[in-house]
Design a protein around this ligand. Structure first.
Ligand SMILES: [Fe+2]
Length: 188
């Protein structure tokens, strides 16, 4: 039985692998992301192997989000970038070393914080669910509307989400990462 099928057969709770390091609050976020992804997957009638990739990406994307910085740097093999950018590459590298997951899932996880222009639908779905999940406090009505639209206009909503995240970064004076800019240039 695949992870997605298992998830669908329970009350919709996730249990993470033993190497994961997350707070309870983070686990609730991960669970909401998985629920949203599985809701879209069912509404869009996507193939079972793709639904499983979406589930794996959602389930594992933040699995090391609360791990110590030194562990993240070592796993990500990155000693320069901001700490918040390390947890995606750290998980992707760990999965690769363990021979687990598919390249599409690892690409989705590796770049979920900054975006990537060469994502397949798994990366795009994770990026949207991470932003649109209902536990985030800002713009609740707008985000709920977009989440509802995903099965009807996947690419259109993805573009809106990339734009919203870029606008937010600009407004707050955050760094614009080259991956994010490349993603926007690929879809605008
Ligand atoms: Fe997340």
């Amino acid at each position: 039985m695949t992870g997605a099928q298992q998830f669908a057969g329970t009350t919709g709770d996730v249990s993470l692998p033993s190497w994961a390091n997350v707070t309870d609050k983070r686990l609730q976020h991960i669970t909401r992301v998985c629920r949203m992804l599985m809701h879209w997957a069912a509404a869009m009638h996507i193939p079972a192997d793709e639904a499983d990739a979406w589930y794996s990406a959602g389930y594992l994307h933040d699995a090391l989000r609360d791990a110590p910085e030194s562990e993240l740097r070592e796993l990500a093999r990155d000693y320069t970038r901001d700490e918040e950018l390390l947890h995606g590459p750290a998980v992707a590298n760990l999965l690769e070393t363990r021979g687990e997951s598919t390249p599409g899932v690892r690409l989705a996880i590796r770049f979920h914080t900054v975006g990537a222009p060469d994502w397949d639908r798994t990366g795009r779905a994770l990026y949207m669910a991470d932003f649109l999940e209902p536990g985030r406090r800002f713009a609740r009505t707008d985000r709920a509307f977009l989440a509802h639209q995903v099965p009807h206009d996947f690419d259109g909503v993805f573009r809106q989400v990339v734009r919203a995240r870029l606008e937010y970064a600009l407004r707050e004076g955050f760094t614009l990462f080259p991956e994010t800019v490349a993603l926007w240039n690929a879809i605008r």
